[in-house]
Ligand binder design. Structure first.
Ligand SMILES: Nc1ncnc2c1ncn2[C@@H]1O[C@H](COP(=O)(O)OP(=O)(O)OP(=O)(O)O)[C@@H](O)[C@H]1O
Ligand SMILES: [Mg+2]
Length: 252
């Protein structure tokens, strides 16, 4: 069974149809990239998968459950986590405290007034584990707002991971980054994908990231699927080459 099935979803904003009749199946353990020019509908598509927008038409099935009408916070509880095109962290808190918030949310501790010593220990161990996995141990006590863009993004990705998702949705993880940060971010994503057996769907402009990471790629143009397949298939696709010729990309 696919982990995520998207059946012919569309999203209208008034007269504009931002996503038209898009279907997609994501298999467990897959790393799937969504690419396309600015305004192609990638973020809108993400917003529908994660529950921020309800599709105007179509159906979304996650882990065998129809989630089309399920709100975003409940999809998180079901095992979906996402990051945003613009990094969403608490800049005035330390990396450790950012992670603490995410871990405590997952453990439901914020609902309780007192936590036992065992709970506190479990929380701290989980935070240390996430810091290590995210390559953030040395920055644990730094304010997130003081970190480089790349390290802030790592912190955000690790906050999403704290939710123990089965599906991780990343919207342009390397947006606005230089070469080294882009490379580091791609390595982090690959490490999480491999070591955690995570299913990942990412939107990205940077072709180096996509062709190095993705098992499969979906190309969106003007809200519709132009082509879909392995990186080799997409690299050789005439339709894709025509669509991208003369196209300007951020970050590429
Ligand atoms: N909330 C909204 N209300 C109205 N129009 C919207 C809204 N969100 C997106 N759009 C429009 O839908 C189209 C697709 O936008 P979307 O942000 O999904 O594209 P994108 O592929 O993510 O682009 P980018 O690469 O620039 O991030 C655009 O024409 C955009 O202006
Ligand atoms: Mg976008």
């Amino acid at each position: 069974m696919s982990l995520l099935e998207v059946h012919q979803v569309s999203q209208r904003f008034g007269d504009l149809v931002a996503v038209k009749n898009v279907s997609l199946a994501i298999e467990p353990g897959e790393l799937h990239a969504i690419i396309g020019p600015n305004g192609a509908g990638k973020t809108t598509f993400f917003n529908m998968i994660s529950g921020f927008y309800r599709p105007t038409e179509g159906r979304i099935v996650f882990d065998g459950h129809d989630v089309t009408a399920v709100p975003a916070h409940r999809r998180v509880a079901m095992g979906m986590a996402r990051t945003f095109q613009i990094t969403e962290v608490f800049p005035e808190l330390t990396v450790r405290d950012n992670l603490r918030i995410a871990v405590e949310v997952t453990q439901g501790l914020r609902m309780r007034l007192f936590s036992t010593r065992a709970q506190t220990r479990a929380t701290n161990e989980r935070i240390d584990e996430l810091l290590l996995l995210g390559g953030l141990t040395d920055y644990a006590e730094r304010y997130v707002g003081e970190l480089s863009h790349g390290d802030q993004r790592s912190a955000e990705i690790m906050m999403a991971l704290a939710l123990r998702p089965r599906l991780l949705l990343l919207d342009e993880p390397a947006a606005g980054m230089g070469n080294q940060e882009t490379y580091d971010t791609a390595r982090l994503i690959r490490r999480l994908h491999r070591s955690q057996g995570l299913t990942i769907v990412l939107v990205e402009h940077d072709m180096r990231v996509i062709f190095n990471l993705a098992d499969r790629i979906t190309v969106l143009t003007e809200g519709e699927i132009l082509d879909q397949g392995t990186p080799d298939h997409i690299a050789a696709s005439e339709k894709v080459q025509v669509a991208y010729l003369g196209e300007k990309h951020e970050g590429a």
